[in-house]
Design a protein around this ligand. Structure first.
Ligand code: SF4
Length: 409
């Protein structure tokens, strides 16, 4: 049992009635009374350690493991992920059950192994998420090659939060060297259609990001792509490729100084990033999924993070989401990633290239790294989408944050 403490603490709480039971929620996870099915209501000092109990507001739910493109270093294109995860789609009924059974989940990332727009039930999911005040994201990326106009409109109408558009070039010729079978003009046309509906519905959502994975064959087009992104009202990011994470590295960088500048990280390769920072920052973020953003396959298999496709930690549909996130394998893996336990053959991380690099460099996640991150609550999403709009809601949240800070004991 966890130590009780008698210190009086002031809390600002929203009380939301969900399915007949009171759930205590706040927009700021730190310093709250936490309700857990196992332990009841806990004060911050009684909340279990971050390795043994997590209840993140954000979840990754795979919408599709199918893709129409054939990107050379992608394990989906090579058929590797299909062999392990199956090639399939998230069903609306499973999506609805996750949303209904877990009212603490307020953000769902839909993209990972592949193209979310190939899932025919996506519009139903968007409409339902909007109704239940759950924010949807496709931050991992979408290629946007094949999307009906009705779906593009639904993205705006149901306030899909953000989409990372994977566009590694500024012309058809260069773009399709990595995004094999992709159609550059169609992608740009789809982005323009989204912008048309954003103007019609007067909303900033979905926020669009142009993600340019830098290779030797496309680095000369970074400037041109950045300019186009600006014209399309998109943010722009140059990303290092995963190099040999899933096989042989494709089209290595030629102009290293350019890439060091353009990525903003000062590194032109993942090895350089590790040399400079002790750890590849992208890799660290992937492992953090085990705490703040866990990955569930379309069929319920709990994969833990966005990198793992070769093993699982149980099944979230069968065990229940909260139970599976805190089962023995997940707890053990989180301890491993913090360097507190030896590797174990049945834990997927043991076979992971990133884990081996962490082991070699003796570089582990810290207590500070694994703290709960801020994600919007369902109340926030409701205020933003249905009551006040994004600007006023953000200002209200900011004032509330300042007030909380002033009231801190
Ligand atoms: S070690 Fe690999 S499999 Fe394990 S959480 Fe990190 S990225 Fe995922």
């Amino acid at each position: 049992m966890f130590k009780q403490h008698s210190r009086q603490v002031k809390y600002t709480l929203n009380i939301q009635i969900v399915c007949g039971s009171a759930i205590l929620i706040t927009d700021y996870p730190k310093g709250i009374l936490e309700f857990t099915p196992e332990y009841g209501i806990l004060s911050p000092a009684m909340v279990p350690p971050r390795t043994s109990y997590v209840k993140p507001r954000r979840l990754r739910l795979e919408t599709s493991t199918a893709c129409q493109l054939k990107c050379p270093s992608c394990p989906t294109a090579s058929g590797e992920t299909g062999k392990r995860l199956g090639i399939g789609f998230l069903k609306f009924s499973d999506f609805k059950k996750i949303v209904d059974d877990n009212p603490w989940v307020s953000n769902i990332e839909l993209s990972n192994w592949r193209e979310i727009f190939l899932n025919k039930e996506l519009p139903r999911m968007m409409a339902y998420a909007y109704k239940r005040n759950v924010a949807l994201h496709a931050v991992n990326g979408a290629n946007l090659n094949n999307v009906d106009e009705k779906v593009l409109e639904a993205l705006v109408k149901y306030r899909f939060q953000n989409i990372t558009c994977s566009i590694d070039g500024a012309s058809q010729e260069i773009y399709s060297m990595y995004r094999v079978r992709g159609n550059f003009d169609r992608v740009i046309a789809n982005i323009k259609t989204i912008n048309k509906y954003k103007a019609k519905y007067r909303t900033p959502y979905p926020k669009l990001k142009w993600q340019f994975v830098a290779f030797g064959h496309n680095e000369h087009q970074i400037g041109q792509a950045r300019k186009m992104a600006g014209e399309l009202n998109m943010s722009f990011k140059v990303k290092l490729s995963w190099e040999n994470l899933y096989g042989e590295a494709f089209s290595p960088i030629k102009d290293k100084d350019l890439i060091r500048r353009e990525t903003g990280s000062g590194a032109a390769s993942r090895q350089e990033m590790r040399d400079r920072q002790g750890m590849d920052i992208y890799a660290k973020n992937c492992c953090l999924d085990m705490w703040i953003n866990p990955q569930v396959n379309y069929d319920g298999r709990l994969l833990g993070c966005a990198v793992n496709y070769w093993g699982d930690f149980g099944n979230a549909y069968q065990e229940g989401l909260l139970q599976s996130l805190n089962n023995e394998k997940m707890v053990y893996a989180r301890e491993m990633l913090m360097g507190r336990r030896a590797s174990r053959p049945d834990i997927p991380c043991t076979a992971c290239t990133l884990y081996k690099i962490m082991q070699k460099n003796n570089y582990w996640l810290t207590d500070e790294d694994v703290q709960e991150h801020y994600w919007k609550s369902r109340t926030y999403v409701m205020l933003e989408n249905k009551v006040l709009g994004p600007g006023l809601t953000a200002r209200l949240a900011e004032s509330r944050k300042k007030l909380k800070h002033l009231l801190k004991p």
